[in-house]
Design a protein around this ligand. Structure first.
Ligand SMILES: NC(=O)c1ccc[n+]([C@@H]2O[C@H](COP(=O)([O-])OP(=O)(O)OC[C@H]3O[C@@H](n4cnc5c(N)ncnc54)[C@H](OP(=O)(O)O)[C@@H]3O)[C@@H](O)[C@H]2O)c1
Length: 346
């Protein structure tokens, strides 16, 4: 069965999604009984649409050659917003535009517009979830729409899958994680003798850190993920302001050395836990034993530890981060959505 998909944002993640579908589309159809068809893609320069499915080779080439998908045959420089969603004729919107914690745009408008048009949502951008979590899910349930957002919480870590499927029948009491690969890489570099600035440059050279790493090093990205997890897994209604947050700028090589001599590391950890009747989320540098799941993670590794009663601890770690692992997480959500919706040929 064909699934018609629109996508907003065609950067690292969006192009990763298109590349995976181009290279593995036949295999996906054989394995999951669904043919993924991108019918509309938008970036800041405009949009490309084709109700029969865009030619992904030509789309990726247009983007590489001109910087925008609008130069795809029949593409339009001024197609955006509601007009784009109307033209898309899609069942699912993948929202993979830049994350914005000021006003959540353009993701928030695209997400609302897609739900209003009867589309299900797969989110890679975090802004709408962090600023408008309840409104977003209220809008989805009013229209019997689904929202999947595995890519927003430390992709490709299966945090939501662990909570939803694996820990069924338990009560989650706390979730702790290293959900930001950039800060983990910088702290590891400093343990290896580099200065903070050299650690930032090394993370930038490897492609994981932004030119301006503020959102990562000051803990905003981890705090955003803590808000999403608090609201999604614990039914809270937290906002970024509710999360006490400290980044890694204050961590020195001497601090890391002292920790190491005590058999510990310092890691930027987000913690979400039940607190009486409420839920508390925090982000900050924490000393952890080198033998513990989070304490031993180095470089770009990320991990999560779930505390569930009466089971105890369950954890998961990943080494792969970045465009393709995130794009795979987006597709994981699409396949799970297809299964849930019964979109399958056989
Ligand atoms: N990269 C990762 O590993 C990762 C992991 C998890 C989640 N995410 C999230 O996934 C999203 C995409 O990440 P990325 O790494 O692909 O970012 P990126 O490479 O910076 O790409 C962002 C894309 O959004 C587009 N965009 C920005 N404003 C837009 C607007 N007003 N209308 C339409 N398109 C707009 C950009 O257009 P132009 O191409 O024209 O500039 C670009 O194509 C972000 O929200 C990010 O936080 C990324």
């Amino acid at each position: 069965m064909k699934i018609r998909i629109a996508m907003t944002g065609f950067g690292t993640v969006g192009q990763g999604v298109a590349t995976l579908i181009r290279e593995h589309g036949d295999e996906y159809e054989r394995l999951y009984g669904v043919r993924l068809s991108l019918t509309a893609v938008a970036d800041r320069g405009g949009a490309a649409t084709d109700a029969n499915g865009l030619d992904l080779d030509a789309l990726l080439r247009a983007k590489a050659d001109s910087g925008t998908v609008a130069t795809y045959l029949g593409g339009k420089r001024d197609l955006a917003g509601d007009a784009f969603l109307d033209a898309a004729d899609a069942q699912v919107l993948i929202e993979a535009s830049s994350t914005n914690f000021q006003d959540a745009e353009p993701g928030w408008s695209y997400a609302r517009g897609a739900l209003a048009r009867g589309m299900d949502l797969v989110l890679a951008s975090k802004g709408a979830l962090v600023l408008h979590f309840r409104e977003l899910f209220d809008a989805a349930s009013a229209g019997d729409r689904r929202i999947l957002f595995g890519a927003t919480v430390g992709a490709p870590l299966p945090v939501l899958e662990l909570a939803d499927r694996v820990l069924t029948g338990t009560t989650l009491t706390a979730v702790e994680g290293i959900f930001n690969a950039t800060t983990n890489s910088i702290l590891t570099s400093m343990e290896d003798g580099l200065s903070y600035d050299e650690g930032v440059r090394r993370a930038q050279a490897s492609g994981i850190a932004e030119t301006d790493p503020t959102l990562d090093v000051d803990g905003w990205d981890a705090a955003a993920k803590a808000v999403i997890l608090a609201n999604a897994l614990f039914g809270a209604n937290l906002h970024l302001d509710d999360v006490p947050r400290e980044g890694i700028r204050g961590v020195t090589k001497a601090d890391l050395q002292a920790a190491r001599e005590a058999g510990e590391s310092i890691r930027l950890i987000a913690r979400i836990a039940r607190d009486g009747e409420g839920v508390r989320a925090t982000v900050g540098p924490v000393r952890r034993p080198l033998t513990d799941t989070l304490g031993r993670l180095r470089n770009e590794e990320m991990g999560v530890v779930m505390h569930a009663e009466p089971l105890g601890l369950m954890d998961s770690t990943v080494q792969a981060t970045g465009g393709i692992p995130t794009a795979l997480t987006v597709l994981r959500d699409i396949f799970n959505l297809a299964r849930e919706r019964g979109w399958r040929d056989r």
